[in-house]
Design a protein around this ligand. Structure first.
Ligand code: C2E
Ligand code: MG
Ligand code: MG
Length: 278
């Protein structure tokens, strides 16, 4: 490998990470310490209703505020965390942090909306995930229906029977779920009903070119129709233009998320947004 220049850019270069075990191990141990030192933060991205573009709910997205490298996005470290047990600690931190944030906003007298968080594939089939939610909701029953989980289609299909069990347990506790990045994997439609997931999130790749590409448009339309016929809600992710909004609304898509409405933002900015709600 080339000697890294200034900074540690090479450390975060994806291709470099893939074939460089020592660096991966170093990042893993830095991340472990980072979690303990409180270096993870959450940003929140609004989901809005497609009729009026009004706030409906939020998605929590993790970032790592690295002391030397600055703000690091999840694509650079979730994969590494997933390869070790660290993802369990990371997800547990996120769940606790979302619960704390919800309680804090409540205390400030703000209108609160449901917040979804992303759970990793390797975690969903573990009984202790359900247990953690059970503990939090037992302690704070007022959070039922205000914390939700997002699981990628690929994660679900890695072990659909276990995912079904976990998601049904969570639903019992008052934790709804979304199938994230839907359309990018290979869901057996037979499972979709059994999963009892509340929402389908159309993968961003179909939204990107939706106004120009007939195929992407047909896929998005079909996913919306599928969600409607299964009585599921549907969210389009990655909406960046008004033209995409109009098209998705005309197909009957209920909720939208993307830079057109808002980028993911720190909690303080979201508090101002919540304060402006009636
Ligand atoms: P995701 O859950 O599908 O999240 C959507 C990603 O798309 C986010 O990137 C978001 O910032 C980005 N995005 C939203 N709207 C737009 C748009 O209009 N245009 C474009 N180009 N991008 C948009 P982010 O925050 O970098 O997260 C990437 C992925 O990392 C997430 O995909 C999720 O799979 C994973 N992730 C994020 N936070 C967590 C977490 O707390 N735990 C776990 N296990 N995974 C997480
Ligand atoms: Mg998500
Ligand atoms: Mg997604």
């Amino acid at each position: 490998a080339k000697k890294s220049g200034k900074g540690c850019y090479r450390l975060w270069d994806r291709s470099y990470l893939q074939d460089s075990t020592p660096e991966r191990i170093q990042i893993e141990s830095e991340l472990r310490e980072g979690i303990e030192r409180g270096e993870l933060i959450l940003h929140y991205q609004p989901k809005v209703n497609a009729v009026a573009g009004e706030l409906h709910s939020l998605e929590a997205l993790v970032r790592w505020q690295h002391p030397r490298l600055g703000l690091i996005y999840p694509d650079s470290f979730i994969g590494i965390a997933e390869e070790s047990n660290l993802i369990v600690e990371l997800d547990r931190w996120v769940i606790a942090a979302v619960a704390e944030q919800q309680l804090a906003w409540r205390k400030q007298g703000l209108v609160i909306v449901p917040v979804s968080l992303n759970v990793s594939a390797s975690h969903i089939t573990r009984a202790d995930l359900v247990l953690l939610f059970a503990q939090i909701l037992n302690e704070h029953p007022e959070l039922a229906n205000y914390i939700e989980v997002e699981l990628t289609e690929t994660a679900i299909m890695a072990d659909p029977d276990q995912a079904t069990i976990s998601l049904n347990h969570l639903l019992h506790l008052g934790v709804k779920s979304s199938v994230d990045d839907f359309g990018s994997g290979y869901t057996s439609l037979g499972y979709l009903k059994k999963l009892n997931a509340n929402t389908l999130k159309i993968d961003r790749t179909f939204i990107d070119d939706i106004t120009e590409d007939g195929y992407d448009r047909d896929v998005a339309k079909a996913i919306i129709a599928l969600a409607n016929s299964l009585s599921m809600e549907v969210v389009a992710e990655g909406v960046e233009t008004k033209a995409q909004w109009d098209l998705l609304a005309s197909f009957g898509c209920q909720y939208l998320q993307g830079y057109y409405f808002s980028k993911p933002k720190p909690a303080e900015e979201i508090a101002r947004l919540l304060a402006s709600q009636k």
